[in-house]
Ligand binder design. Structure first.
Ligand code: HEC
Length: 174
């Protein structure tokens, strides 16, 4: 629990221009809105901060000084046929730096199923249309305004093709 607090404090302190930052926090003035990636060092209680991973400049941070509006929920319409590749979609879903769907959902082959969201095992049996699943993954807020699920399409976390691939993967789960 220590880390999110430390990061939030850094953001607030940074925004207000107050005081020196803790010595072990990576700060890159040229990449203020990008996430840092902390790794615990075994048995030392210390963290190493790795390179920035994602550009957060398109949506607000938790900083009090950040008054950008959150992008509104968008109901995406799937155009044409799905044209997605289940194997590629699986790779996106299991990739921590892309979909990371298994952090919250149970998926086949997942050794440590996430429980924040419903299990996606036997998904095919739900018989949802591709359009309905696409809409959900594009922006879960159109179904649940306070959804914990990231708006993968609206926030530009996944590309159009990646979204199609992920939907094809879900629809293939027997
Ligand atoms: C931070 C947690 C989180 C992540 C990450 C996440 N989801 Fe979800 N997902 C949820 C929650 C919670 C729900 C339940 C509905 C709601 O509250 O929006 C949900 C619902 C769904 C549903 C609807 C299931 C149904 O039967 O109606 C689908 C499909 C889905 N997620 C797919 C995905 C895919 C694909 C990814 C990765 C690209 C993903 N989710 C990543 C939390 C998450």
């Amino acid at each position: 629990m220590k880390l999110p607090i430390a990061v939030a404090v850094v953001m607030i302190a940074g925004a207000a221009g107050a005081g020196p930052l803790p010595a072990d926090v990576l700060v890159d003035e040229g990449a203020k809105n990008k996430t840092i990636w902390p790794y615990p060092q075994q048995d030392s209680g210390k963290l190493i901060y790795k390179d920035h991973r994602r550009d957060l400049s398109k949506w607000p941070t938790l900083s009090y000084g950040d008054d950008r509006a959150t992008p509104r929920p968008q109901r995406a319409r799937l155009t044409g046929t799905l044209n997605g590749d289940p194997a590629r979609g699986k790779a996106v879903a299991m990739n921590k730096g892309r979909g990371n769907c298994w952090a919250c959902h149970a998926l086949p082959g997942d050794p440590q199923a996430g429980t924040a969201g419903p299990s996606l095992l036997a998904f095919k049996a739900r018989n949802y249309t591709d359009a309905r699943v696409y809409e959900q993954v594009f922006d879960a807020r159109v179904v649940n305004p306070v959804s914990a699920m990231p708006p993968f399409g609206t926030f530009g976390l996944l590309s159009e093709q990646e979204l199609r691939d992920v939907v094809a993967f879900l629809q293939s789960i027997e």
